[in-house]
Design a protein around this ligand. Structure first.
Ligand code: ADP
Ligand code: MG
Length: 322
């Protein structure tokens, strides 16, 4: 049983959404949406990062903190929400003051940058794990959800794909490029950018959106499932960074872009009527985003190259998948 089947079977309840109880959106999106006052919603999400699973066990504490908070904040950006508060549940094998100093420095640097305030948490002893619950505010009419895509919509992604997975490869000495490219990829893995600026630009335009944490195919698959549609992606349009474009193995770069995960870019859909607005934002240099395909009737994510099916077997990261 994979992660998503587990959640569906044991934790998803029919009629999870109960507007009268304030639940606008329950399980299944980047955040839950809860009504706090007329026209305004609280977006809330919790994520756990486990040492050796989500980051290398020997990673510097400052970078662990930056990565975990940035990737958690990304779920708020993916809902169109503005960051407000977070809580931290920290499980530590021991008290190592230097480690805690470094972790704290990294944590508050990011908290300050995105104006998100630590308001509570929990501290326990055990194998190193970090749980962060992030809370943000969003105007009800501006929420970015996974369930609004329709056939004919365009599929876009912000910035570049594949850098997160390539960064992890650099960190684990499986990939080495120039010093500058190694540093760029290393930073993309450890300090991903929650795309708040981009979300602000598209939240009244996009029909659906999420952040890519498990890889494009897997995450766009979530938009397809939630919206009851399919998607066709042209693999030659996938935006790759300069670092990834220097890679000799183009198939590897494409594989990381399709299924590598850890990018925390936004994937979003736009109805044809709104495409000119998005094209204008891109042309003006305000929004860095690329059209990579279309939403179609049907289901699942289909890959094409030169209008022919593109064979690709990997899907995306799932806890508990065999
Ligand atoms: P993301 O990658 O955006 O953080 P996940 O893939 O972790 O989202 O989770 C998918 C959805 O399932 C989310 O809406 C999340 O809140 C929900 N979810 C995950 N685990 C549980 C659980 N144990 N109980 C209830 N909901 C869960
Ligand atoms: Mg997410």
């Amino acid at each position: 049983m994979g992660e998503f089947e587990l959640i569906r079977q044991f934790f998803t309840r029919p009629q999870a959404e109960q507007p009268e109880a304030g639940v606008v959106l329950g399980i299944g999106d980047d955040c839950a949406l809860l009504t706090i006052e007329a026209g305004k919603q609280l977006a809330i999400s919790v994520d756990t990062a486990v040492s050796g699973v989500h980051f290398p066990a020997e990673a510097p504490a400052e970078l662990i903190a930056q990565r975990t908070l940035c990737s958690s904040l990304s779920d708020l950006a993916a809902m169109g929400a503005e960051p407000k508060w977070f809580t931290l549940a920290l499980t530590l094998p021991e008290v190592d003051e230097q480690w805690l100093r470094d972790f704290s420095r990294g944590l508050f640097a990011i908290a300050q940058k995105y104006q998100c305030h630590l308001v509570g948490g929990d501290t326990t002893r055990g194998p190193l794990a970090i749980s962060l619950q992030v809370m943000g505010e969003v105007v009800a009419s501006q929420t970015l959800r996974r369930d609004g895509a329709a056939p004919g919509d365009f599929v876009l992604v912000t910035h570049c794909l594949g850098d997160g997975a390539a960064g992890l490869a650099v960190i684990e000495n499986r990939l080495s490029l120039s010093d500058a490219h190694n540093q760029y990829l290393h930073d993309r893995f450890y300090i991903p950018t929650p795309r708040f600026a981009e979300a602000r630009l598209i939240r009244e335009i996009a029909s659906a959106a999420l952040d890519i944490s498990d890889g494009l195919i897997a995450d766009l698959g979530h938009i397809c499932q939630a919206s009851d549609v399919g998607a066709v992606i042209d693999v030659d349009t996938l935006p790759l960074s300069e670092a990834l474009r220097t890679l000799l193995d183009a198939d590897q770069a494409r594989a990381w872009a399709l299924s590598g995960g850890d990018d925390y870019e936004l994937c979003f859909t736009v109805a044809p009527a709104h495409l000119p607005q998005v094209a204008m934002l891109i042309a003006e240099g305000k929004l860095q985003a690329t059209i990579i395909g279309n939403i179609v009737a049907g289901s699942g994510v289909h890959l094409e190259q030169d209008e022919q099916p593109y064979q690709f077997s990997a899907t995306g990261y799932q806890h508990f998948s065999s």
